[in-house]
Design a binder for this molecule. Structure first.
Ligand SMILES: Nc1ncnc2c1ncn2[C@@H]1O[C@H](COP(=O)(O)OP(=O)(O)OP(=O)(O)O)[C@@H](O)[C@H]1O
Ligand SMILES: [Mg+2]
Length: 257
């Protein structure tokens, strides 16, 4: 199924990836990938190990630049040079390895690289009180279960760390939150908690791109699913119109797209 058959191009598209290719030397990590993401929806991206999912995420979030093709976000073609450019545009990413600093506290992690300061230039002072207060708000709005915003991240469980990373991504007026395997390392209860957070993000109007190897989770959470195999996007389905078996068939290639 092509992108146009599945989801005609409309103003509800928040992100459109068109014909994107990227090679690392001889490795063709992405080959003519085309897919879209709608505003207010959870879109799942699935595929076997090495299919190119994280590479595509890194293209969208400003870490890699595609060799060819175009990515349109919120109506404009993007030319991100750094992850900060993507953040400024409203794209927040929770990467496969969370990128939290263990020795810092929860609030310090939430405000990492966007510290609030008094004054300007070399004499600016950190406004710790404002950041702590706002961190409390961020954590309570998302009903994130962390001991205190002053706890160091190294003392948190895997689920609590994931919650802090999601909380950071959900804040700062992001339009799209990308999550690469958010529950891969979590137990049953922590997974349920993170899934609640993902639902909450959609309720609050964020679009979500969710990468997951857990088919039940994908069927439970997503509105649409894109499948990648060996660097290509081999098909897409509305979640309500597919099954776990069909998705597995697309992933393994047993089923033609
Ligand atoms: N920086 C890089 N340099 C060279 N090759 C890379 C690089 N990043 C990814 N690749 C290769 O690109 C391909 C796609 O990798 P990618 O990490 O995107 O897969 P993935 O779908 O996220 O897999 P997983 O489910 O295991 O996380 C793999 O063959 C991988 O080895
Ligand atoms: Mg990956």
């Amino acid at each position: 199924m092509t992108i146009d058959e599945m989801t005609p191009r409309t103003a509800t598209d928040l992100l459109v990836v068109e014909d994107v290719s990227l090679a690392f030397g001889p490795v063709r990590a992405l080959q003519n990938v085309t897919l879209n993401l709608k505003r207010g929806e959870i879109t799942a991206l699935v595929g076997d190990n090495g299919a190119g999912k994280s590479t595509l995420v890194r293209c969208i979030s400003g870490i890699h630049r595609p060799n060819s093709g175009a990515i349109t976000f919120d109506g404009g073609v993007i030319h991100f040079h750094t992850p900060d450019d993507a953040r400024t545009a409203g794209i927040e990413t929770v990467h496969q390895n969370l990128a939290l600093v263990e020795d810092l506290t929860v609030w310090q992690n939430l405000f990492l690289n966007r510290e609030k300061v008094y004054g300007k230039g070399p004499f600016a002072l950190l406004n710790r009180r404002a950041m702590k207060r706002e961190a409390e708000n961020m954590v309570s709005t998302l009903a994130v279960n962390v001991p205190a915003v002053t706890s160091r991240v190294r003392r948190l469980s895997g689920g609590q760390r994931q919650a802090v990373a999601i909380c950071r991504a959900a804040s700062f007026s992001s339009k799209l939150v990308i999550m690469d395997e958010p529950t891969a390392a979590l137990g049953v209860q922590e997974t349920a908690k993170v899934e609640e957070l993902i639902h909450k993000l959609r309720e609050d109007g964020h679009a979500v791109l969710l990468i997951s190897h857990n088919f039940e989770q994908v069927l439970r959470l997503s509105d649409q699913v894109w499948v990648m195999r060996a660097g290509r996007c081999v098909g897409g389905r509305r979640t309500a119109e597919t099954t776990g078996e069909e998705i597995v068939g697309l992933i393994t290639g047993a089923l033609a797209a």
